[in-house]
Design a protein around this ligand. Structure first.
Ligand code: ADP
Ligand code: MG
Length: 334
């Protein structure tokens, strides 16, 4: 079995240089949460920029310690070990992200499901151990959706099904991006971009009123972009089947799982991109819409205020929600 691909940037940012008299651009990249986190910010001087970047990356590292499935003593692993047999106290951040996750579980009818950690571990996609589970293993792992088997009261969590294992892989990067943005703003940063494994968050405008131009990765040629769009002060997050996968006997198995079948989701989409003010909302919805497919996914987005989407179907058709016109989507000529 060959592992074909590790996480790469989902979206390519198209940045041109700023004009003469604007603040200078400062950049930093660190590996966190198994992916690359990059910040490009505009600041008046190096001292301000360094202080802002230090604080933002410190916050990201704290949240990695809270939500990481791979750090042995993370809060996530402690909660997973304890919360079936007893009410378990959690931190404020944990409670907040779990509360949001349960909301998106409910909104998407379980397509986005933060309780499928066992299923994610069974496949182990994105690692050298990636493997196809047996039907028996899948059958044993599938359980009712997160919002039906997890109770959260303020800062206390309990699982009512012993198969529940929390996993925030489809939402934590969005939450961390929003938190980093807040820290940067508290340090007076008004313009810049964050990229967390391809989840893009834009802060303010690029140049006075100029929008940021963001490229959507071509799911059929992930080194290229298939379309561009223009945003100001918004997040743009894509879930795609090209991001992490392995191949066996000519079949490709990717990392976004259908919680009802336990198999890689096969609802007809190659990628789902969400645009909204909240990066955590973008992240949860990009996974949810990918799993729901075009028809149900578009219906979900049309029913929400402040979220729009661009979908690319398996046959390469680009679909947009009704409010996307504001973001000037342009398909790239190939
Ligand atoms: P990426 O992590 O590539 O940005 P997503 O945000 O869609 O993409 O998250 C996919 C990750 O979330 C998977 O690698 C897995 O850990 C987890 N996951 C897979 N399927 C689901 C699902 N249906 N609901 C919630 N989390 C999922
Ligand atoms: Mg997601």
């Amino acid at each position: 079995m060959k592992r074909l691909c590790t996480a790469t940037l989902l979206l390519t940012m198209l940045l041109s240089s700023g004009c003469e008299n604007r603040p200078k651009q400062y950049e930093r990249t660190q590996e966190l949460f198994g992916t690359f986190v990059s910040a490009r910010i505009f600041a008046s001087d190096e001292k301000t920029a360094e202080a802002a970047l230090d604080a933002a990356f410190r916050r990201a590292a704290e949240l990695e310690q809270t939500f990481s499935p791979t750090i042995a003593d993370s809060e996530l692993n402690a909660v997973n070990a304890a919360a079936f047999s007893q009410e378990t106290a959690v931190s404020e951040e944990f409670s907040e992200l779990l509360g949001l996750s349960l909301r998106y579980s409910q909104l998407s009818g379980g397509a986005f499901d933060c309780s499928i950690g066992q299923l994610i571990d069974l496949w182990d996609i994105g690692t050298e151990q990636a493997t196809i589970p047996t039907d028996e293993e899948l059958h044993r792992t599938i359980h009712p959706a997160a919002h039906e088997v997890i109770s959260l009261q303020d800062r206390s969590v309990r699982f009512t099904d012993e198969r529940v294992r929390l996993h925030f892989g489809a939402i934590a990067k969005g939450y961390i991006a929003d938190e980093m943005k807040e820290v940067l703003q508290a340090h007076g940063i008004e313009s810049g971009t964050l990229s967390l494994g391809g989840n893009i968050l834009t802060l303010g405008c690029k140049n006075e009123d100029e929008p940021w131009v963001i490229g959507i990765t071509d799911p059929f040629a992930p080194q290229e972009i298939t379309a561009t769009l223009e945003v100001r002060d918004l997040s743009v997050v894509t879930s795609g089947r090209y991001e992490r996968y392995f191949e066996e006997n000519g079949v490709t198995y990717h990392h976004i799982l259908d919680p009802w079948t336990g198999l890689p989701s096969d609802a007809g989409l190659a990628s789902a991109t969400i645009i909204s003010q909240s990066s955590v909302q973008c992240d949860a919805l990009s996974t949810a819409v990918f799993v729901l497919g075009a028809q149900e996914g578009l219906a979900l987005i049309e029913g929400l205020d402040g979220a729009e989407c661009v979908l690319i179907t398996d046959d390469g058709t680009l679909l947009q929600s009704s409010g996307m016109d504001a973001y000037h989507v342009k398909q790239v000529e190939k």
